[in-house]
Design a protein around this ligand. Sequence first.
Ligand code: F6R
Length: 609
Amino acid sequence: MCGIVGYTGINNATPILLEGLDTLAYRGYDSAGIAVWDGENIVMKKEKGQLSNLKAILEREPVTGCCGIGHTRWATHGEPSYINSHPHGDAKKQLVLVHNGIIENYVRIKSMLMDRGCVFVSDTDTEVVAQLLGDVYNGDPIKAIVEAMKLIEGSFALAILFRDDPHRIYCVCKDSPMVVGFGRDGAHIASDIPAMLSYTRDVTFMGDKQIAVLSPDGIAFYNEFGTPIDKGCSHIDWDLDAAKKGSYEHFMMKEICEEPVAFRKTAEQYVSFREPRLKADCFPWDADNCAELKRIRIIGCGTAYHAGLLGKKYFTELAKIPVEAEIASEFRYSGYTFEEGEALLLVSQSGETADTIAALRMAKQAGVRTIAVCNVIGSTIAREADEVLFTYAGPEIAVAATKSYLTQITVLFLAALRLGEIRGTISGERVKALLSELTSIPEHMQKLIDDREAIQYFASREFSAKHVFFIGRGIDNALSMEAALKLKEVSYIHSDAYAAGELKHGTIALIEEGTLVVGLITQRHLASKTASNLEEVRVRGATVLALTNGSMPDIAGHCNKVWELDEMNELTAPFCAIIPMQLFAYYMAVQKGCNVDKPRNLAKSVTVE
Ligand code: F6R
Protein backbone atom coordinates (compact mmCIF):
# COMPACT_ATOMS: atom_id res chain seq x y z
CA MET A 1 0.00 0.00 0.00
CA CYS A 2 1.37 3.42 -0.96
CA GLY A 3 4.65 3.72 -2.79
CA ILE A 4 7.53 5.87 -1.64
CA VAL A 5 10.54 6.97 -3.68
CA GLY A 6 13.41 9.33 -2.98
CA TYR A 7 16.59 10.45 -4.67
CA THR A 8 19.50 12.68 -3.77
CA GLY A 9 22.52 13.03 -6.04
CA ILE A 10 23.88 14.97 -8.96
CA ASN A 11 20.93 14.66 -11.35
CA ASN A 12 17.54 16.31 -11.53
CA ALA A 13 15.39 14.42 -9.04
CA THR A 14 11.98 15.03 -10.65
CA PRO A 15 12.22 12.58 -13.60
CA ILE A 16 13.82 9.98 -11.33
CA LEU A 17 10.99 10.32 -8.83
CA LEU A 18 8.34 10.12 -11.55
CA GLU A 19 9.95 7.04 -13.06
CA GLY A 20 10.02 5.41 -9.62
CA LEU A 21 6.40 6.34 -8.94
CA ASP A 22 5.43 4.89 -12.31
CA THR A 23 6.97 1.59 -11.30
CA LEU A 24 5.34 1.69 -7.87
CA ALA A 25 1.91 2.76 -9.10
CA TYR A 26 0.63 -0.77 -8.39
CA ARG A 27 0.95 0.05 -4.68
CA GLY A 28 -1.76 2.72 -4.78
CA TYR A 29 -3.19 5.20 -7.23
CA ASP A 30 -5.54 7.47 -5.31
CA SER A 31 -3.15 10.40 -5.61
CA ALA A 32 0.52 11.19 -6.24
CA GLY A 33 2.91 13.87 -5.11
CA ILE A 34 6.52 14.94 -4.92
CA ALA A 35 8.63 17.38 -2.90
CA VAL A 36 11.92 18.63 -4.35
CA TRP A 37 14.54 21.00 -2.96
CA ASP A 38 14.97 23.55 -5.78
CA GLY A 39 17.97 25.29 -4.22
CA GLU A 40 15.88 27.75 -2.22
CA ASN A 41 12.72 26.01 -1.12
CA ILE A 42 11.19 22.62 -0.79
CA VAL A 43 8.61 22.74 -3.60
CA MET A 44 5.64 20.40 -3.33
CA LYS A 45 3.41 19.29 -6.19
CA LYS A 46 0.61 16.84 -5.72
CA GLU A 47 -2.65 15.81 -7.32
CA LYS A 48 -5.59 13.52 -6.77
CA GLY A 49 -5.92 10.47 -9.04
CA GLN A 50 -3.43 8.65 -11.22
CA LEU A 51 0.19 9.67 -11.65
CA SER A 52 -0.62 11.12 -15.09
CA ASN A 53 -2.46 13.98 -13.32
CA LEU A 54 0.68 14.89 -11.40
CA LYS A 55 2.77 14.60 -14.55
CA ALA A 56 0.46 17.05 -16.32
CA ILE A 57 0.93 19.59 -13.53
CA LEU A 58 4.69 19.16 -13.62
CA GLU A 59 4.71 19.76 -17.35
CA ARG A 60 2.99 23.09 -16.80
CA GLU A 61 4.96 23.96 -13.67
CA PRO A 62 8.30 22.12 -13.77
CA VAL A 63 10.30 21.61 -10.59
CA THR A 64 14.05 21.11 -10.76
CA GLY A 65 16.44 20.09 -8.00
CA CYS A 66 18.77 17.29 -6.99
CA CYS A 67 17.03 16.02 -3.86
CA GLY A 68 13.42 14.93 -3.56
CA ILE A 69 10.83 12.47 -2.33
CA GLY A 70 7.67 11.13 -3.97
CA HIS A 71 4.54 9.21 -3.07
CA THR A 72 1.71 7.32 -4.69
CA ARG A 73 -1.19 6.86 -2.29
CA TRP A 74 -3.66 4.15 -1.34
CA ALA A 75 -5.95 6.06 0.96
CA THR A 76 -6.43 4.80 4.52
CA HIS A 77 -7.20 7.92 6.58
CA GLY A 78 -8.95 10.67 4.70
CA GLU A 79 -10.62 10.40 1.31
CA PRO A 80 -8.55 10.53 -1.87
CA SER A 81 -8.21 14.30 -2.40
CA TYR A 82 -5.64 16.99 -3.09
CA ILE A 83 -5.50 18.00 0.55
CA ASN A 84 -4.93 14.46 1.79
CA SER A 85 -2.28 13.69 -0.83
CA HIS A 86 1.31 13.35 0.29
CA PRO A 87 3.80 14.98 0.92
CA HIS A 88 2.62 16.59 4.16
CA GLY A 89 4.48 19.19 6.18
CA ASP A 90 4.50 20.73 9.65
CA ALA A 91 2.99 24.08 10.52
CA LYS A 92 6.41 25.69 11.07
CA LYS A 93 7.47 24.63 7.57
CA GLN A 94 10.60 22.88 8.81
CA LEU A 95 10.04 19.59 7.03
CA VAL A 96 7.94 17.60 4.58
CA LEU A 97 7.44 13.86 4.47
CA VAL A 98 5.75 10.97 2.73
CA HIS A 99 4.38 7.95 4.56
CA ASN A 100 3.29 4.38 4.01
CA GLY A 101 1.48 2.58 6.83
CA ILE A 102 -1.04 3.41 9.52
CA ILE A 103 -0.37 5.43 12.66
CA GLU A 104 -2.69 3.69 15.10
CA ASN A 105 -2.59 6.30 17.87
CA TYR A 106 -2.85 9.32 15.60
CA VAL A 107 -6.05 10.59 17.23
CA ARG A 108 -4.35 10.86 20.62
CA ILE A 109 -1.24 12.55 19.21
CA LYS A 110 -3.33 14.90 17.10
CA SER A 111 -5.37 16.08 20.07
CA MET A 112 -2.18 16.53 22.13
CA LEU A 113 -0.72 18.69 19.35
CA MET A 114 -3.98 20.61 18.86
CA ASP A 115 -4.00 21.42 22.57
CA ARG A 116 -0.65 23.06 21.94
CA GLY A 117 -2.14 25.17 19.18
CA CYS A 118 -1.15 23.11 16.19
CA VAL A 119 -3.51 23.58 13.23
CA PHE A 120 -4.07 20.61 10.90
CA VAL A 121 -5.00 20.92 7.26
CA SER A 122 -5.69 17.30 6.25
CA ASP A 123 -7.56 14.28 7.62
CA THR A 124 -4.55 12.00 7.41
CA ASP A 125 -2.60 10.16 10.07
CA THR A 126 0.48 11.15 8.06
CA GLU A 127 0.14 14.84 8.78
CA VAL A 128 0.11 13.94 12.48
CA VAL A 129 3.62 12.49 12.11
CA ALA A 130 4.79 15.56 10.20
CA GLN A 131 3.40 17.89 12.87
CA LEU A 132 4.80 15.73 15.66
CA LEU A 133 8.26 15.74 14.09
CA GLY A 134 8.01 19.49 13.63
CA ASP A 135 7.05 19.82 17.28
CA VAL A 136 10.05 17.86 18.63
CA TYR A 137 12.58 19.16 16.05
CA ASN A 138 15.30 21.39 17.37
CA GLY A 139 17.87 21.27 14.59
CA ASP A 140 18.88 17.62 14.86
CA PRO A 141 16.86 15.43 12.47
CA ILE A 142 18.01 12.09 13.91
CA LYS A 143 17.14 13.17 17.42
CA ALA A 144 13.70 14.34 16.28
CA ILE A 145 13.04 11.02 14.53
CA VAL A 146 14.14 9.04 17.60
CA GLU A 147 11.87 11.16 19.82
CA ALA A 148 8.88 10.91 17.50
CA MET A 149 9.32 7.16 17.18
CA LYS A 150 8.90 6.80 20.92
CA LEU A 151 5.42 8.28 20.62
CA ILE A 152 3.97 6.79 17.47
CA GLU A 153 2.35 3.37 17.33
CA GLY A 154 1.49 1.42 14.21
CA SER A 155 3.30 0.83 10.97
CA PHE A 156 5.26 3.38 9.05
CA ALA A 157 7.81 3.94 6.33
CA LEU A 158 8.74 7.60 6.20
CA ALA A 159 10.95 9.62 3.88
CA ILE A 160 11.58 13.11 5.23
CA LEU A 161 13.17 16.28 3.87
CA PHE A 162 14.32 18.83 6.47
CA ARG A 163 14.56 22.42 5.29
CA ASP A 164 17.75 22.93 7.31
CA ASP A 165 19.47 20.01 5.64
CA PRO A 166 18.03 19.99 2.14
CA HIS A 167 20.45 17.64 0.38
CA ARG A 168 19.67 14.68 2.59
CA ILE A 169 16.70 12.35 2.82
CA TYR A 170 15.94 10.88 6.25
CA CYS A 171 14.14 7.56 6.23
CA VAL A 172 12.78 5.32 8.93
CA CYS A 173 10.40 2.38 8.94
CA LYS A 174 8.58 -0.09 11.11
CA ASP A 175 6.46 -2.99 9.80
CA SER A 176 6.47 -1.36 6.40
CA PRO A 177 9.02 -2.05 3.69
CA MET A 178 11.74 0.29 2.59
CA VAL A 179 14.76 -0.39 0.41
CA VAL A 180 17.76 1.89 -0.07
CA GLY A 181 20.52 1.67 -2.62
CA PHE A 182 23.42 3.70 -3.88
CA GLY A 183 23.76 4.11 -7.63
CA ARG A 184 26.37 5.79 -9.83
CA ASP A 185 24.83 9.23 -9.48
CA GLY A 186 23.35 9.24 -6.03
CA ALA A 187 21.30 7.53 -3.36
CA HIS A 188 17.83 6.08 -3.83
CA ILE A 189 15.02 4.97 -1.61
CA ALA A 190 11.88 3.05 -2.57
CA SER A 191 9.12 0.91 -1.13
CA ASP A 192 10.02 -1.88 -3.53
CA ILE A 193 13.06 -3.02 -5.48
CA PRO A 194 11.83 -2.51 -9.10
CA ALA A 195 11.68 1.26 -8.55
CA MET A 196 15.47 1.47 -8.26
CA LEU A 197 16.56 -1.39 -10.51
CA SER A 198 17.64 0.95 -13.30
CA TYR A 199 20.06 2.68 -10.92
CA THR A 200 21.43 -0.10 -8.74
CA ARG A 201 21.08 -3.79 -8.02
CA ASP A 202 22.83 -3.67 -4.65
CA VAL A 203 20.17 -2.78 -2.16
CA THR A 204 19.77 -2.68 1.61
CA PHE A 205 16.49 -3.61 3.27
CA MET A 206 15.81 -1.46 6.25
CA GLY A 207 15.00 -3.20 9.50
CA ASP A 208 12.39 -2.12 12.02
CA LYS A 209 13.00 1.31 13.51
CA GLN A 210 16.28 1.68 11.68
CA ILE A 211 17.06 5.10 10.28
CA ALA A 212 18.83 5.74 6.97
CA VAL A 213 20.28 9.07 5.94
CA LEU A 214 20.76 9.40 2.20
CA SER A 215 23.25 11.98 0.94
CA PRO A 216 24.57 12.55 -2.57
CA ASP A 217 27.76 10.71 -1.61
CA GLY A 218 26.56 7.83 0.55
CA ILE A 219 24.06 6.29 2.95
CA ALA A 220 24.46 6.15 6.74
CA PHE A 221 22.41 3.91 9.02
CA TYR A 222 21.37 4.35 12.66
CA ASN A 223 19.46 2.22 15.13
CA GLU A 224 16.30 3.32 16.93
CA PHE A 225 18.38 5.17 19.54
CA GLY A 226 20.27 7.15 16.91
CA THR A 227 23.52 5.16 17.23
CA PRO A 228 25.35 4.54 13.92
CA ILE A 229 25.19 0.93 12.67
CA ASP A 230 26.60 -0.99 9.70
CA LYS A 231 24.32 -2.72 7.27
CA GLY A 232 25.20 -5.01 4.40
CA CYS A 233 23.48 -5.14 1.05
CA SER A 234 21.87 -7.81 -1.12
CA HIS A 235 22.45 -8.18 -4.82
CA ILE A 236 19.26 -8.41 -6.88
CA ASP A 237 19.59 -10.23 -10.18
CA TRP A 238 16.09 -9.54 -11.50
CA ASP A 239 16.08 -8.64 -15.14
CA LEU A 240 15.44 -4.92 -15.56
CA ASP A 241 13.03 -5.55 -18.45
CA ALA A 242 11.02 -7.85 -16.20
CA ALA A 243 9.65 -4.77 -14.45
CA LYS A 244 8.78 -3.06 -17.75
CA LYS A 245 5.69 -3.59 -19.87
CA GLY A 246 7.56 -3.81 -23.18
CA SER A 247 5.25 -4.35 -26.12
CA TYR A 248 2.40 -5.72 -23.99
CA GLU A 249 -0.65 -3.61 -23.43
CA HIS A 250 -0.87 -4.63 -19.79
CA PHE A 251 1.45 -6.08 -17.19
CA MET A 252 -1.16 -8.71 -16.39
CA MET A 253 -0.97 -10.15 -19.91
CA LYS A 254 2.82 -9.91 -19.91
CA GLU A 255 2.99 -11.77 -16.62
CA ILE A 256 0.61 -14.51 -17.79
CA CYS A 257 2.81 -14.93 -20.88
CA GLU A 258 5.85 -15.24 -18.62
CA GLU A 259 4.37 -18.20 -16.76
CA PRO A 260 6.09 -20.99 -18.72
CA VAL A 261 9.47 -19.38 -17.96
CA ALA A 262 8.60 -18.61 -14.33
CA PHE A 263 7.49 -22.22 -13.89
CA ARG A 264 10.68 -23.59 -15.42
CA LYS A 265 12.93 -21.28 -13.42
CA THR A 266 11.21 -22.17 -10.16
CA ALA A 267 11.12 -25.92 -10.81
CA GLU A 268 14.80 -25.95 -11.82
CA GLN A 269 15.77 -24.51 -8.46
CA TYR A 270 14.34 -27.52 -6.67
CA VAL A 271 14.57 -30.35 -9.19
CA SER A 272 17.52 -31.87 -10.95
CA PHE A 273 15.78 -32.87 -14.18
CA ARG A 274 18.60 -35.02 -15.52
CA GLU A 275 17.96 -37.95 -13.16
CA PRO A 276 15.21 -36.70 -12.36
CA ARG A 277 15.34 -36.11 -8.58
CA LEU A 278 14.31 -33.55 -6.00
CA LYS A 279 17.07 -31.43 -4.56
CA ALA A 280 17.41 -31.56 -0.78
CA ASP A 281 16.54 -27.90 -0.18
CA CYS A 282 13.07 -28.51 -1.56
CA PHE A 283 11.95 -29.21 1.99
CA PRO A 284 14.83 -27.95 4.05
CA TRP A 285 14.56 -30.27 7.07
CA ASP A 286 16.47 -33.41 7.96
CA ALA A 287 14.82 -36.81 8.29
CA ASP A 288 14.43 -36.59 12.10
CA ASN A 289 12.68 -33.24 11.94
CA CYS A 290 10.44 -34.46 9.15
CA ALA A 291 9.55 -37.56 11.14
CA GLU A 292 8.65 -35.43 14.18
CA LEU A 293 6.46 -33.13 12.11
CA LYS A 294 2.83 -33.71 13.11
CA ARG A 295 0.91 -30.96 11.36
CA ILE A 296 1.40 -28.13 8.89
CA ARG A 297 -0.57 -24.92 9.02
CA ILE A 298 -0.43 -22.93 5.78
CA ILE A 299 -1.09 -19.22 6.08
CA GLY A 300 -1.59 -16.54 3.44
CA CYS A 301 -3.93 -13.84 2.16
CA GLY A 302 -5.92 -13.66 -1.07
CA THR A 303 -4.23 -15.48 -3.89
CA ALA A 304 -1.45 -16.68 -1.60
CA TYR A 305 -4.11 -18.27 0.63
CA HIS A 306 -5.61 -19.93 -2.43
CA ALA A 307 -2.17 -21.32 -3.26
CA GLY A 308 -2.14 -22.60 0.33
CA LEU A 309 -5.46 -24.40 -0.25
CA LEU A 310 -3.91 -26.26 -3.14
CA GLY A 311 -0.79 -26.83 -1.04
CA LYS A 312 -3.02 -28.50 1.55
CA LYS A 313 -4.19 -30.97 -1.08
CA TYR A 314 -0.59 -31.67 -2.11
CA PHE A 315 0.75 -32.23 1.41
CA THR A 316 -2.25 -34.36 2.34
CA GLU A 317 -1.97 -36.54 -0.75
CA LEU A 318 1.81 -36.82 -1.04
CA ALA A 319 3.15 -36.53 2.51
CA LYS A 320 0.08 -37.92 4.30
CA ILE A 321 0.26 -35.27 6.96
CA PRO A 322 -2.59 -33.27 8.49
CA VAL A 323 -2.67 -29.79 6.99
CA GLU A 324 -4.83 -26.74 7.58
CA ALA A 325 -4.83 -23.71 5.32
CA GLU A 326 -5.93 -20.46 6.91
CA ILE A 327 -6.41 -16.82 6.05
CA ALA A 328 -3.74 -14.83 7.88
CA SER A 329 -6.08 -12.07 9.06
CA GLU A 330 -8.37 -14.66 10.67
CA PHE A 331 -5.60 -16.79 12.07
CA ARG A 332 -3.84 -13.96 13.88
CA TYR A 333 -6.89 -13.24 16.06
CA SER A 334 -8.14 -16.80 16.38
CA GLY A 335 -6.54 -17.36 19.78
CA TYR A 336 -4.91 -20.46 18.35
CA THR A 337 -2.52 -22.36 20.60
CA PHE A 338 0.27 -24.02 18.68
CA GLU A 339 0.84 -27.72 19.20
CA GLU A 340 4.05 -29.65 19.64
CA GLY A 341 5.43 -30.83 16.30
CA GLU A 342 3.60 -28.23 14.25
CA ALA A 343 5.13 -26.07 11.51
CA LEU A 344 3.79 -22.86 10.02
CA LEU A 345 4.17 -22.43 6.27
CA LEU A 346 3.66 -18.86 5.13
CA VAL A 347 2.90 -18.06 1.52
CA SER A 348 3.51 -14.51 0.28
CA GLN A 349 4.62 -13.04 -3.01
CA SER A 350 5.75 -9.72 -1.58
CA GLY A 351 6.92 -10.97 1.80
CA GLU A 352 5.45 -7.77 3.25
CA THR A 353 1.78 -8.59 3.86
CA ALA A 354 0.96 -7.29 7.34
CA ASP A 355 -1.33 -10.12 8.46
CA THR A 356 1.01 -12.83 7.20
CA ILE A 357 3.92 -11.19 9.00
CA ALA A 358 1.83 -11.11 12.20
CA ALA A 359 1.12 -14.86 11.91
CA LEU A 360 4.81 -15.52 11.34
CA ARG A 361 5.76 -13.56 14.45
CA MET A 362 3.13 -15.38 16.53
CA ALA A 363 4.65 -18.69 15.52
CA LYS A 364 8.17 -17.54 16.22
CA GLN A 365 7.17 -16.31 19.64
CA ALA A 366 5.66 -19.71 20.38
CA GLY A 367 8.87 -21.43 19.24
CA VAL A 368 7.14 -23.00 16.23
CA ARG A 369 9.27 -23.60 13.14
CA THR A 370 8.41 -21.48 10.16
CA ILE A 371 8.93 -21.92 6.44
CA ALA A 372 8.12 -19.18 3.95
CA VAL A 373 7.26 -19.50 0.28
CA CYS A 374 8.21 -16.06 -0.92
CA ASN A 375 9.14 -14.20 -4.11
CA VAL A 376 11.16 -11.30 -2.75
CA ILE A 377 14.67 -11.74 -1.40
CA GLY A 378 15.27 -9.50 1.61
CA SER A 379 11.57 -8.93 2.32
CA THR A 380 10.40 -9.07 5.93
CA ILE A 381 8.96 -12.58 5.66
CA ALA A 382 12.05 -13.86 3.83
CA ARG A 383 14.25 -12.38 6.55
CA GLU A 384 12.27 -13.54 9.53
CA ALA A 385 11.17 -17.06 8.60
CA ASP A 386 13.42 -19.93 9.72
CA GLU A 387 13.61 -21.29 6.18
CA VAL A 388 12.62 -19.80 2.84
CA LEU A 389 11.59 -21.59 -0.32
CA PHE A 390 11.86 -18.85 -2.89
CA THR A 391 9.64 -18.64 -5.93
CA TYR A 392 11.37 -17.39 -9.06
CA ALA A 393 8.54 -15.45 -10.65
CA GLY A 394 10.59 -12.24 -11.00
CA PRO A 395 8.92 -8.92 -10.29
CA GLU A 396 5.13 -8.99 -10.50
CA ILE A 397 3.77 -5.55 -11.25
CA ALA A 398 0.10 -6.08 -12.13
CA VAL A 399 -1.99 -5.89 -8.98
CA ALA A 400 -3.64 -9.21 -9.80
CA ALA A 401 -1.33 -12.08 -8.93
CA THR A 402 -0.77 -14.52 -11.79
CA LYS A 403 2.75 -15.88 -12.16
CA SER A 404 3.30 -15.62 -8.42
CA TYR A 405 0.35 -17.99 -7.81
CA LEU A 406 1.71 -20.42 -10.37
CA THR A 407 5.16 -20.46 -8.80
CA GLN A 408 3.72 -20.73 -5.29
CA ILE A 409 1.73 -23.85 -6.17
CA THR A 410 4.80 -25.22 -7.95
CA VAL A 411 6.94 -24.84 -4.83
CA LEU A 412 4.21 -26.24 -2.59
CA PHE A 413 3.85 -29.26 -4.86
CA LEU A 414 7.60 -29.90 -4.83
CA ALA A 415 7.91 -29.36 -1.08
CA ALA A 416 5.08 -31.82 -0.46
CA LEU A 417 6.71 -34.31 -2.79
CA ARG A 418 10.02 -33.98 -0.97
CA LEU A 419 8.41 -34.29 2.45
CA GLY A 420 6.59 -37.40 1.25
CA GLU A 421 9.86 -38.78 -0.04
CA ILE A 422 11.63 -38.19 3.28
CA ARG A 423 8.74 -39.56 5.32
CA GLY A 424 8.44 -42.55 3.02
CA THR A 425 4.80 -41.87 2.14
CA ILE A 426 5.47 -41.91 -1.59
CA SER A 427 7.49 -44.38 -3.64
CA GLY A 428 10.64 -43.35 -5.50
CA GLU A 429 8.98 -44.44 -8.73
CA ARG A 430 6.01 -42.17 -8.23
CA VAL A 431 8.32 -39.26 -7.40
CA LYS A 432 10.24 -39.86 -10.64
CA ALA A 433 7.07 -40.19 -12.67
CA LEU A 434 5.68 -36.93 -11.30
CA LEU A 435 8.95 -35.10 -11.88
CA SER A 436 9.08 -36.36 -15.47
CA GLU A 437 5.59 -34.90 -15.96
CA LEU A 438 6.95 -31.47 -15.11
CA THR A 439 9.30 -31.28 -18.07
CA SER A 440 6.44 -31.01 -20.55
CA ILE A 441 4.37 -28.53 -18.50
CA PRO A 442 5.89 -25.35 -20.03
CA GLU A 443 4.99 -26.63 -23.50
CA HIS A 444 1.39 -27.29 -22.47
CA MET A 445 1.25 -23.83 -20.92
CA GLN A 446 2.64 -22.20 -24.02
CA LYS A 447 -0.01 -23.86 -26.14
CA LEU A 448 -2.74 -22.42 -23.93
CA ILE A 449 -1.19 -18.97 -24.19
CA ASP A 450 -0.76 -19.23 -27.96
CA ASP A 451 -4.38 -20.28 -28.36
CA ARG A 452 -5.74 -17.47 -26.20
CA GLU A 453 -7.89 -16.00 -28.96
CA ALA A 454 -10.59 -18.58 -28.24
CA ILE A 455 -10.77 -17.32 -24.69
CA GLN A 456 -10.86 -13.73 -25.89
CA TYR A 457 -13.76 -14.62 -28.19
CA PHE A 458 -15.70 -16.30 -25.39
CA ALA A 459 -15.09 -13.27 -23.15
CA SER A 460 -16.33 -10.94 -25.89
CA ARG A 461 -19.70 -12.73 -25.71
CA GLU A 462 -19.93 -13.05 -21.95
CA PHE A 463 -18.49 -9.84 -20.57
CA SER A 464 -21.86 -8.39 -19.68
CA ALA A 465 -22.43 -11.24 -17.20
CA LYS A 466 -23.57 -10.02 -13.79
CA HIS A 467 -22.73 -13.18 -11.87
CA VAL A 468 -20.26 -15.95 -12.60
CA PHE A 469 -19.91 -19.07 -10.51
CA PHE A 470 -16.91 -21.39 -10.55
CA ILE A 471 -17.46 -24.91 -9.35
CA GLY A 472 -15.22 -27.90 -8.84
CA ARG A 473 -14.35 -30.65 -6.41
CA GLY A 474 -11.14 -31.28 -4.48
CA ILE A 475 -8.22 -29.67 -6.26
CA ASP A 476 -10.67 -28.04 -8.66
CA ASN A 477 -12.47 -26.40 -5.77
CA ALA A 478 -9.19 -24.82 -4.67
CA LEU A 479 -8.50 -23.71 -8.25
CA SER A 480 -12.05 -22.34 -8.57
CA MET A 481 -11.47 -20.02 -5.65
CA GLU A 482 -8.49 -18.45 -7.38
CA ALA A 483 -10.35 -18.28 -10.71
CA ALA A 484 -13.26 -16.46 -9.04
CA LEU A 485 -10.97 -14.00 -7.26
CA LYS A 486 -9.12 -13.20 -10.48
CA LEU A 487 -12.34 -12.48 -12.34
CA LYS A 488 -13.91 -10.30 -9.67
CA GLU A 489 -10.82 -8.25 -8.89
CA VAL A 490 -10.01 -7.22 -12.45
CA SER A 491 -13.45 -7.14 -14.11
CA TYR A 492 -15.64 -6.16 -11.11
CA ILE A 493 -18.06 -8.93 -12.10
CA HIS A 494 -19.52 -10.67 -9.10
CA SER A 495 -17.99 -14.13 -9.07
CA ASP A 496 -17.79 -16.83 -6.48
CA ALA A 497 -16.48 -20.34 -6.11
CA TYR A 498 -18.48 -23.19 -4.69
CA ALA A 499 -17.63 -26.79 -4.00
CA ALA A 500 -19.66 -28.48 -6.73
CA GLY A 501 -21.31 -30.83 -4.27
CA GLU A 502 -22.51 -27.91 -2.17
CA LEU A 503 -24.68 -26.36 -4.89
CA LYS A 504 -27.77 -28.31 -3.94
CA HIS A 505 -27.44 -27.20 -0.35
CA GLY A 506 -28.47 -23.66 -1.13
CA THR A 507 -26.43 -21.92 -3.81
CA ILE A 508 -28.30 -23.38 -6.76
CA ALA A 509 -31.11 -20.96 -5.85
CA LEU A 510 -28.97 -18.23 -7.44
CA ILE A 511 -28.99 -19.84 -10.87
CA GLU A 512 -31.25 -18.17 -13.40
CA GLU A 513 -31.47 -17.86 -17.17
CA GLY A 514 -28.04 -16.94 -18.55
CA THR A 515 -26.01 -17.15 -15.31
CA LEU A 516 -22.51 -18.22 -16.31
CA VAL A 517 -21.23 -21.31 -14.48
CA VAL A 518 -17.66 -22.48 -15.06
CA GLY A 519 -16.92 -26.08 -14.10
CA LEU A 520 -13.28 -27.00 -13.51
CA ILE A 521 -12.69 -30.70 -14.09
CA THR A 522 -9.04 -31.64 -13.92
CA GLN A 523 -9.56 -34.68 -11.70
CA ARG A 524 -10.87 -37.37 -13.97
CA HIS A 525 -12.14 -39.59 -11.16
CA LEU A 526 -14.49 -36.79 -10.08
CA ALA A 527 -15.53 -35.77 -13.61
CA SER A 528 -18.89 -37.53 -13.64
CA LYS A 529 -19.83 -36.01 -10.27
CA THR A 530 -19.10 -32.45 -11.40
CA ALA A 531 -20.76 -33.18 -14.76
CA SER A 532 -24.00 -33.97 -12.91
CA ASN A 533 -23.75 -30.66 -11.09
CA LEU A 534 -23.21 -28.86 -14.40
CA GLU A 535 -26.28 -30.55 -15.82
CA GLU A 536 -28.30 -29.43 -12.80
CA VAL A 537 -27.43 -25.79 -13.45
CA ARG A 538 -27.76 -26.11 -17.23
CA VAL A 539 -31.35 -27.33 -17.03
CA ARG A 540 -32.08 -24.32 -14.82
CA GLY A 541 -30.95 -21.93 -17.54
CA ALA A 542 -27.25 -21.46 -16.79
CA THR A 543 -24.69 -20.98 -19.55
CA VAL A 544 -22.10 -23.66 -18.82
CA LEU A 545 -18.39 -23.60 -19.60
CA ALA A 546 -16.19 -26.54 -18.60
CA LEU A 547 -12.42 -26.77 -18.39
CA THR A 548 -11.37 -30.39 -18.76
CA ASN A 549 -8.16 -32.34 -18.35
CA GLY A 550 -7.89 -33.83 -21.84
CA SER A 551 -10.88 -34.87 -23.84
CA MET A 552 -13.96 -35.84 -21.79
CA PRO A 553 -16.68 -36.61 -24.35
CA ASP A 554 -19.25 -37.27 -21.63
CA ILE A 555 -18.91 -33.75 -20.32
CA ALA A 556 -19.59 -31.95 -23.60
CA GLY A 557 -23.31 -32.77 -23.57
CA HIS A 558 -23.73 -30.85 -20.33
CA CYS A 559 -21.98 -27.71 -21.50
CA ASN A 560 -22.32 -24.80 -23.90
CA LYS A 561 -18.57 -24.65 -24.28
CA VAL A 562 -15.60 -26.83 -23.33
CA TRP A 563 -11.97 -25.75 -23.05
CA GLU A 564 -9.69 -28.74 -23.16
CA LEU A 565 -6.25 -28.91 -21.56
CA ASP A 566 -3.72 -31.40 -22.90
CA GLU A 567 -4.26 -34.52 -20.85
CA MET A 568 -1.95 -34.60 -17.84
CA ASN A 569 -1.55 -35.92 -14.34
CA GLU A 570 -4.21 -34.68 -11.93
CA LEU A 571 -1.65 -33.26 -9.51
CA THR A 572 0.23 -31.27 -12.13
CA ALA A 573 -2.81 -30.19 -14.17
CA PRO A 574 -3.43 -27.10 -11.94
CA PHE A 575 -0.20 -25.53 -13.28
CA CYS A 576 -1.88 -25.35 -16.67
CA ALA A 577 -5.53 -25.11 -15.62
CA ILE A 578 -5.08 -21.76 -13.93
CA ILE A 579 -3.84 -20.10 -17.14
CA PRO A 580 -7.15 -20.10 -19.06
CA MET A 581 -8.85 -18.83 -15.92
CA GLN A 582 -6.41 -15.92 -15.66
CA LEU A 583 -6.76 -15.18 -19.38
CA PHE A 584 -10.54 -15.29 -19.06
CA ALA A 585 -10.46 -12.76 -16.20
CA TYR A 586 -8.09 -10.58 -18.21
CA TYR A 587 -10.21 -10.54 -21.37
CA MET A 588 -13.46 -9.99 -19.48
CA ALA A 589 -11.85 -6.95 -17.81
CA VAL A 590 -10.44 -5.61 -21.09
CA GLN A 591 -13.83 -6.00 -22.78
CA LYS A 592 -15.42 -4.02 -19.97
CA GLY A 593 -12.79 -1.30 -20.28
CA CYS A 594 -11.48 -1.84 -16.76
CA ASN A 595 -8.07 -0.71 -15.60
CA VAL A 596 -6.65 -4.23 -15.66
CA ASP A 597 -3.30 -3.57 -14.01
CA LYS A 598 -4.66 -1.26 -11.35
CA PRO A 599 -8.16 -2.37 -10.41
CA ARG A 600 -10.20 0.10 -8.40
CA ASN A 601 -9.71 0.22 -4.63
CA LEU A 602 -6.82 -2.25 -4.68
CA ALA A 603 -3.09 -2.08 -4.13
CA LYS A 604 -0.55 -4.80 -4.67
CA SER A 605 1.24 -5.02 -1.39
CA VAL A 606 -1.08 -4.95 1.63
CA THR A 607 1.27 -3.71 4.31
CA VAL A 608 -1.48 -2.53 6.66
CA GLU A 609 -4.21 -4.53 8.40
C1 F6R B 1 -4.85 -11.04 -5.77
C2 F6R B 1 -3.68 -10.65 -5.00
C3 F6R B 1 -3.78 -10.61 -3.52
C4 F6R B 1 -2.48 -11.11 -2.89
C5 F6R B 1 -2.54 -10.93 -1.37
C6 F6R B 1 -1.31 -11.48 -0.67
O1 F6R B 1 -4.58 -11.08 -7.13
O2 F6R B 1 -2.66 -10.34 -5.55
O3 F6R B 1 -4.87 -11.35 -3.08
O4 F6R B 1 -2.29 -12.44 -3.22
O5 F6R B 1 -2.68 -9.57 -1.07
O6 F6R B 1 -0.16 -10.84 -1.10
P1 F6R B 1 1.25 -11.48 -0.87
O7 F6R B 1 1.33 -12.72 -1.67
O8 F6R B 1 2.22 -10.44 -1.32
O9 F6R B 1 1.37 -11.77 0.61
